[in-house]
Design a protein around this ligand. Sequence first.
Ligand SMILES: [Zn+2]
Length: 499
Amino acid sequence: MSISLKRSLILSLFFPFLCCFQGKASTELKQYSAAIHVHSTFSNGEHEVLELARFAKERNIDVLVLTDSFLTSVTYGIWPFDRIGIRGINKRVRLGVRDYGVGRYFEAVREAQRQFPDLVILPGVEVTPHYYWTGLPWTGLKLYAFDHHFIVLGLTEQQIENLPVIGNETWDNTEKRWTLILVPLALFLGGILLLYLGSQEKIQVGKDTAVRTRRPWALGIAIMLFALLLAWNNYPFGKFGDPYSGRSDTVPAQGVIDYVRNQDGILYWSYPEAVYPDVLMGGGTMVSEPHSEDLLLTDGYHGFEGIYGNRITATRPGKVWDMILMRYIEGWRMTAPRVTTGIDFHYFKDPGGSWYDLNGGQTILLMAEKSEAAVLEALRKGSGYATFQEPAEGLRLYDFSVETLDGAKALQGGEVEGQSPVQVHIHLDWVQDPPANNKPFQLELVRNGEVVLKVKQFLPIEFTTTEELSSGPHYFRMRAAWPRKIYDVLSNPIFVNVP
Ligand SMILES: [Zn+2]
């Protein structure tokens, strides 16, 4: 082996470590603002993608995450034609990304990206994994779980087209159920058989005797037509969940989570406690209920919207989010969900507060650079925090980190291993001058689901607290807010393992 080859081998062995070590040492994470959960005219938003990009740029937003609805209609059919029934949801007809074309959606985003290179624009989709009906058409139908949504990011056009969600069954994305194929096939063959069967009758014509065969043509053809209709209904001979079971089912939702995760995409539950009225075509009712139990019943998703324009209990100390985080550190769950702010933006409403603007509810992402890959990575890890602020550009959590006794350190969304006691650093301040109606913030530091520290004061809040930890896994998270949450900061968790 030549010396140069040896040297290149040695270099190639060590180079990755050198590169990463240097990269890490010189990496300075900056805070970038993201508007997440935005609808354009590709679903029921009022503005085109290009306009939204311009609005985001005007508001100094760094990242625009579009989440147009993938499919917006539901189907109710009467057995056995369960899939070729009445379609519809709102009285106002709505279309989604699948109707307009995923390719056109991606092209619109690419065009906006070309015109606004300084802004990162992601073409995400909002999907309904499953819904179910109760009642009967003549007594009044009720539609449940249609408001249980996911925000899905980081998938290719084809991966979105193949999403395994109710109403999007295709030949490729379904497992075949043989009964759905065999029943119409058997009926069709039965119909053919009837055309050949029949009773023979002798007819006397003068001196001759003729034989006439009576065949049940009409019945045979009717059965064949019925079989064809059934095959059309059953195509593509596989389905996700049963919308007529009359009960909640998170198996289809878990299927979507697994699909997105296997494709290396990102999935957040949207507004788990939002309740909104909607009207079905044909007099049915859509029932919208808080569904934060879905967060507990599913695993593998990246996070959920922790701040949005409704009352939220899941993020309160000791509630659903902490229950999940505890199960994670105790080893009962595969993943620990992170949080974002979901603005569910459709149009500007004046006057309506910042929930009707693009920059009131911001998710702040900690990234080394402003790029699509960095945004996806930050959302995957939960590097950053959810906020609501008015006016925008209001405040920043300049530091929330945990440092072990031996000097190892982790930021939000991160993990660290080291000796106890650990130091928790917090620094929250206004970016510019405080607002005229300035009020003190109530800050809570949560450790393993329990509030371990409360502070109530005007900004800036800057301190370091020392925490004794037992051997084993722990996590910290924090929240700081005004009364009535006009200003609100919800951090992502930091995980600490003490050997
Ligand atoms: Zn939405």
